[in-house]
Write a protein that binds this ligand. Structure first.
Ligand code: FMN
Length: 196
């Protein structure tokens, strides 16, 4: 199939989310100005810069305008990225439910909160990797918004570190999103050395 986005009348969403795979999932916690903790998964998520460390995620459009996550970050300029591992996959899915604004996804999914060090939103209790972020920029890109945030503090469970204290990629059982309700787990890792 050849496809010109300008004239294609099928689902570009399906095409893009079914082929740009697997996507890491940033499980974003925020706190609203009136103190409600929000938690939602975003697979339009990645690292942008290392110095300084900056991550991005992209909430798509909603009939009411912004997602709760984007609305909270716009007002408070803070968020936490929780990295979704297999043991949290089902809870992550639970938190993608559309809830009333005053209801917290932490409570809806039966998740505990652990206080952050430098920002207000808590991280998910028991999560192996969490990055506390301050908003760098929020801007409109196409029909979505791209939010970039500088990591101001990181929590890494000792269980995912090697003897030298570096992250052991063999111990981070991150879950990736494919299209729709399809996910993948890291089941076979392999090595390939880069040429000089
Ligand atoms: C694995 C997964 C990844 C998702 N990724 C995105 C995304 O990148 N952008 C987006 O707008 N919605 C995404 N969603 C949908 C939101 O998580 C969902 O609409 C959620 O209710 C938004 O919550 P909020 O309004 O509290 O921010 C995703 C859902 C799931 C289950």
């Amino acid at each position: 199939m050849e496809l010109d986005p300008a004239t294609y009348d099928g689902s570009l969403y399906r095409t893009l989310t079914g082929t740009v795979i697997p996507r890491p999932i940033g499980w974003i916690s925020t706190t609203s100005p009136d103190g409600v903790d929000n938690l939602a998964p975003y697979s339009f998520f990645n690292v942008v810069s290392v110095e300084p460390p900056i991550v991005m995620f992209a909430p798509g459009p909603r009939p009411e305008g912004l997602t709760d996550t984007a609305a909270n970050v716009e007002k408070t300029e803070e968020f936490v990225v929780n990295v979704v591992t297999e043991e949290f996959a089902e809870a992550m899915n639970e938190t993608s439910a559309t809830l009333a604004r005053g209801e917290s996804e932490f409570d809806h999914a039966g998740l505990g909160r652990t206080a952050s060090t430098k920002v207000e939103p808590p991280r998910v209790e028991g999560i192996a990797v969490a990055y506390e972020c301050e908003l760098e920029e929020m801007r409109r890109v196409g029909s979505a918004h791209v939010l970039t945030g500088e990591i101001v503090y990181a929590h890494l469970d000792d269980a995912i570190l090697d003897v030298e204290g570096k992250v052991d990629v063999g111990k981070v059982d991150a879950v990736g999103r494919l299209a729709g309700s399809h996910y993948d787990a890291v089941e076979s890792r392999f090595r390939m050395e880069r040429p000089d």
